[in-house]
Ligand binder design. Structure first.
Ligand SMILES: NC(=O)C1=CN([C@@H]2O[C@H](COP(=O)(O)OP(=O)(O)OC[C@H]3O[C@@H](n4cnc5c(N)ncnc54)[C@H](O)[C@@H]3O)[C@@H](O)[C@H]2O)C=CC1
Ligand SMILES: CC(=O)[C@H](N)C(=O)O
Length: 375
């Protein structure tokens, strides 16, 4: 009796593997090659895949483009691919310098139809998905973080798969947790983050890789360290202190840090981060042995950063008033990031270490503040 049941189950399983009953296509067939959408399958579906020859310029859409990273990325991509080939989008109103520097469009990633209309009407071929709630603001509003970072990502994945887009989704050092090896953290290890931000980013990594294997989606993902930029403000993360210190050092000569002096985290200057993003997007498929890579540049504590800033501005006073939420998050994140695979596979190489970072940031913010005083 038992053997008969086992035989029947094995037969059913073999059949199920041969002929999917879910209406899905066999695993080996890429979604764009057979005009099949994981979201919308109709009996008379007539989707066509976008033909994108490698010699053409891509047509890029950046979601969440008004945050810390999007405007800088658009500027770099527009230099390379032409102003009108890169569209910034967000749910916020763009400042006038952004609005007048190239195409901007309203797009809420939770509105699937609107997203699809933008992709179709503008013949988008690359999608850079920057919309997200970061670690600290995510903990302050978990339902919204879950909606934007998880439901929004589902919309992006389906649209990218349906229209044969090359999709970049950034992940983060925050995709690791207290049980991950922290010094250094390799690409593949335990990932049990304790924030909704981290959980949503692990979900994004896994879903993107799943869509790649299941539907042939050209998904590419880099885990960014904390990003430091002079002309854009961070959006509510744990690593924000490393941007604020430069503004306060120049403007007031005093900085109150919300992390403990010995909290070590991986960091990167924005120029390196944006260049890495373009490089991985342009990397030939056969160089990518993985679809999610760590990238790194440097690693420091608030105390070490303060000392380096004081080499240029010796009067800077640094004090500490620890934010318990951010400290708990930082204590669960990598201290150092192992990015050997990115360096080996597609030639990743950072240009800014701590001294160059500090010089560049102070030069930029100092000259802005001198211009502001002169006006
Ligand atoms: N800045 C950093 O240090 C790091 C950033 N990343 C990732 O890079 C990406 C970009 O980061 P940032 O520019 O720093 O983020 P940010 O927080 O500065 O900007 C995110 C943008 O998403 C937009 N947004 C929110 N809800 C939206 C919705 N429903 N539809 C469309 N847009 C929406 C916001 O208006 C905002 O402009 C994020 O995915 C983030 O997780 C990863 C690691 C480090
Ligand atoms: C490292 C990140 O992902 C971000 N800057 C944050 O601190 O939340």
């Amino acid at each position: 009796m038992k053997m008969a049941v086992v035989r029947t189950l094995s037969r059913v399983a073999r059949q199920a593997l041969r002929t999917p009953t879910c209406g899905c296509q066999p695993i080996t067939v890429a979604v764009r090659n057979i005009s099949f959408s994981p979201r919308q399958v109709t009996s008379d579906a007539s989707f066509h895949s976008v033909s994108f020859s490698e010699t053409d310029h891509p047509k890029v859409l950046i979601t969440g483009g008004l945050g810390q990273l999007g405007v800088g990325l658009a500027k770099m991509l527009r230099k390379r691919f032409g102003k009108n080939n890169v569209i910034l989008s967000d749910i916020r109103k763009p400042p006038s310098h952004v609005f007048h520097n190239g195409p901007f469009i309203y797009s809420d990633i939770l509105d699937y139809k609107n997203l699809r209309e933008i992709v179709v009407n503008n013949r988008i071929t690359w999608l850079v998905h920057y919309s997200a709630l970061l670690s600290a603001v995510g903990e302050a509003n978990v339902p919204l973080a879950r909606a934007v970072n998880i439901t929004g990502l589902h919309n992006i994945l389906d649209i990218a798969a349906e229209h044969g887009l090359r999709l970049f989704v950034p992940s983060t050092i925050g995709a690791f947790g207290p049980t991950s090896p922290r010094n250094p953290t390799p690409d593949l290890c335990v990932q049990r983050p304790r924030t909704i931000y981290g959980v949503s980013k692990v979900h994004a990594e896994l879903m993107g890789e799943y869509y790649h294997h299941r539907y042939g989606l050209d998904f590419r993902c880099l885990r960014y360290p904390g990003i430091i930029s002079a002309d854009s403000q961070p959006g509510g993360g744990t690593t924000d202190y490393a941007v604020q210190i430069f503004h306060d050092a120049v403007k007031t000569g005093k900085f109150e840090c919300n992390l403990k002096p010995d909290t070590r985290l991986p960091m990167m200057y924005i120029e390196d981060c944006l260049r890495a993003t373009l490089e991985v997007m342009e990397a030939p498929v056969d160089t990518l042995s993985m679809r999610t890579y760590n990238i790194n540049a440097m690693s420091f504590t608030p105390e070490e950063l303060g000392r380096e800033v004081q080499r240029q501005l010796p009067d800077l006073q640094v004090t500490y008033h620890v934010d318990q939420v951010r400290q708990a998050i930082a204590d669960s994140w990598p201290m150092n990031f192992d990015d050997d695979n990115a360096r080996r596979d597609w030639g990743w190489k950072h240009e800014y270490d701590l001294p160059e970072l500090v010089q560049t940031m102070l030069a930029f913010i100092g000259s802005e503040s001198r211009i502001a005083h002169a006006n």
